[in-house]
Design a protein around this ligand. Structure first.
Ligand code: IMP
Ligand code: MG
Length: 173
């Protein structure tokens, strides 16, 4: 059977959710500066949209973490292949992620960031996929919650495909 693409979030749905998140974040960090740390590659589109709607000063950095091969289930092993470049000491760090599934990637990054002695660390994930969570991690800002399913588009890939789709779809057999 060919893969089916079932629409989950339209461009308008995404825009509304990004605005709501940006407003909450801007309010919570009023009179502060944040460093948004995007996790490559999946977060680049969400991060680009989010930071342009923040009304607080923001600096941007990226790490590259990979746990998925070409499969749709996490290997459980997280690998860091690009390190933070900004000095995070005494900074307010906002981790920006496309989707949280098992939680292993965020758990790894939160632990990794401690050595840089940030003032605070919070997590913003566009999608919180709850069914396969293995480690409890705090997600401070969530755009959309789904129970299960493999999603593509808006940065989310399957085997590095579909990232550039402006909408989010559920990929089904
Ligand atoms: P976790 O470590 O299991 O939480 O996995 C997080 C990473 O797996 C995300 O950064 C995504 O790159 C990838 N991932 C998890 N679920 C999906 C999905 O439904 N579509 C695309 N990528 C996903
Ligand atoms: Mg990712």
């Amino acid at each position: 059977m060919p893969l089916q693409m079932v629409p989950v979030l339209s461009k308008a749905d995404i825009a509304k959710k990004v605005s709501t998140l940006a407003q909450r974040i801007s309010k919570d960090y009023a009179h502060k500066e944040v460093v948004a740390v995007g996790i490559l590659k999946g977060s680049f589109i969400f991060l680009a949209d989010l930071v342009r709607e923040l009304t607080i000063p923001v600096q941007i950095d990226f790490v590259r973490l990979a746990s998925y091969g070409s499969d749709t289930a996490s290997s459980g092993k997280v690998q860091l292949t690009k390190e933070i470049e900004l000095d995070l000491r005494n900074r307010h760090v906002l981790v920006v992620e496309d989707i949280v599934d098992s939680g292993m990637t965020i758990a790894y990054l939160l632990d990794h960031l401690r050595q840089f002695h940030p003032e605070s660390v919070k997590v913003c994930a566009f999608i919180d996929k709850t069914e396969r969570r293995e480690v409890e991690i705090p997600i401070d800002y969530v755009g959309h919650v789904v129970d299960h399913g493999f999603l593509v588009g808006y940065g989310l890939d399957f085997d590095d495909k579909y990232r550039a789709l402006p909408e989010i779809f559920h990929l089904r057999q």
